[in-house]
Design a protein around this ligand. Structure first.
Ligand SMILES: [Zn+2]
Length: 139
């Protein structure tokens, strides 16, 4: 296991707040777990990709480098992003470089679901319910 709480571990950029839903209440469908140092714009693209490709996910808990930043929602990121954005279909320059990888539990009755980006080279995380390592699952 990697110790991500060592002294000097910088918290993520405050700019991540633009990706978060200001409303504190509500449930999340999954967790988007990004590695430390992940850029805000890259996180925006990853979230954009996530909400477009994962039909069952409309809100996620956003983690960067092990810091839980808050909750990001489909409504806030996509449905409210229409002013001056043309048809709002894609981010300018969206390359698909941050395709989302869905990790699920091997235990069929377990609902644990974690989302990462495919550039993430960290070891597979463990199921929070104690079923061993999560594995990529079909979207
Ligand atoms: Zn599990």
């Amino acid at each position: 296991m990697t110790d991500r709480e060592t002294p000097g571990d910088e918290p993520p950029d405050d700019l991540f707040e633009i990706l978060l839903d200001p409303s504190p209440s509500g449930e999340s469908d999954a967790t988007l777990d990004l590695p430390a140092g992940f850029a805000v714009l890259d996180a925006a693209r990853a979230l954009d990709d996530l909400f477009r490709t994962q039909a069952g996910v409309s809100a996620v808990d956003l983690l960067v480098g092990g810091h839980r930043l808050g909750r990001s929602t489909r409504h806030q990121l996509i449905e409210t992003r229409t002013v001056g954005a043309g048809d709002g279909a894609t981010l300018p320059g969206h390359s698909g470089a941050y395709r989302i990888v869905v990790l699920g539990c091997a235990e069929p009755t377990c609902a644990a679901r974690l989302l990462r980006v495919h550039v993430d080279e960290r070891a597979m995380p463990a199921c929070p319910n104690g079923h061993g390592s999560l594995r990529p699952v079909a979207a």
